[in-house]
Design a protein around this ligand. Structure first.
Ligand code: SF4
Length: 283
């Protein structure tokens, strides 16, 4: 079977860097390091997480679970300022693997709101990256996930405003929001915090789905960006299979299909993508 493999399949820059830092920490582990830990899952991929658990990486859910001397890796989408302080206060060493683009957004928000300006943040309020970004605001923060929520906000006019976005939001929609708010809030400061990795991956999945008979999306079932990628492919009207490993690829999925599209989420390792490509090619 012919396979069209997406160029954008697999780790984005931020996830790749975070895993490199964790690998380096494991290799250079100092004798006085009690444990190497991650705060929450380092990525949403069960196969990678099992591998790190086997290598002795402990997974903490709360900063207070860290013991003095532990090295705690902060994952790509970052944590709140307070979480980092709680880790350090407990005696842990912090290895900051926050994606450089998320870190830049955090620091831009801190600088732009240091004088007390209010932050208007376009994003999902309960997403860890958003909670982290909000914690860097020097004034009040308003988070909205869509136009309706934005229009429902009552914004006092006695202070300056700063508009920013969660890194994975849609750039076109953000431009519409910016135009609307510039009309309402003269002197609005707008920060460029969107990362195009997610959109590029979705655009490529859409384009491949238009040329394939069936689509395979590889990645963790808990991975939001992988699930959205499968939705994009399904919306193109072809049969789409979201699988975590190659063993889930059953030959009957591909009966009478000549060409398969293959993509993967930002947390899927290359080895799983390559295994899927090999299996599909052999069908
Ligand atoms: S999607 Fe972009 S901002 Fe988010 S971790 Fe990946 S590279 Fe960084």
């Amino acid at each position: 079977m012919d396979v069209i493999r997406a160029r954008t399949a697999g780790f984005c820059m931020g996830v790749g860097l975070a895993l490199q830092k964790l690998e380096a920490a494991l290799q250079e582990r100092a004798a006085d390091t009690a444990r190497i830990c991650t705060l929450g899952p380092i990525i949403h991929n069960p196969q990678v997480l099992e591998d790190y658990a086997r290598k002795g990486v402990a997974r903490l859910e709360e900063p207070e679970e860290a013991r003095p001397g532990d090295m705690v890796v902060i994952r790509a989408h970052g944590v709140t300022r307070q979480t980092e302080e709680r880790l350090r206060a407990g005696g842990a060493r912090v290895l900051d693997a926050t994606c450089p683009k998320v870190k830049k957004a955090q620091l831009s928000i801190a600088r732009a709101t240091a004088g007390g300006a209010a932050l208007l943040l376009f994003g999902e309020a309960d997403h860890p990256e958003v909670r982290g970004l909000v914690s860097y605001a020097g004034g009040p923060a308003y988070v909205f996930g869509d136009m309706e929520a934005l229009e429902a906000l009552s914004l006092p006019e006695d202070r300056p405003y700063v508009l920013a976005s969660q890194t994975t939001q849609d750039r076109a929609l953000f431009a519409v929001i910016e135009r609307l708010l510039r009309g309402r809030l003269p002197g609005l400061t707008v920060l460029a915090t969107i990362c195009d990795a997610t959109r590029e991956r979705q655009d490529e999945a859409r384009s491949i789905a238009a040329r394939a008979d069936v689509m395979v999306v590889v990645g963790g079932r808990e991975s939001g960006n992988t699930r959205r990628l499968a939705d994009v492919a399904r919306a193109a009207g072809i049969a789409t299979y979201h699988v975590e490993t190659v063993d889930e690829l059953r030959p009957e999925f591909f009966a009478q299909k000549a060409r398969a599209g293959l993509t993967a989420g930002a947390s899927t390792p290359k080895s799983l993508i390559e295994a899927a490509e090999e299996r599909l090619t052999s069908l």
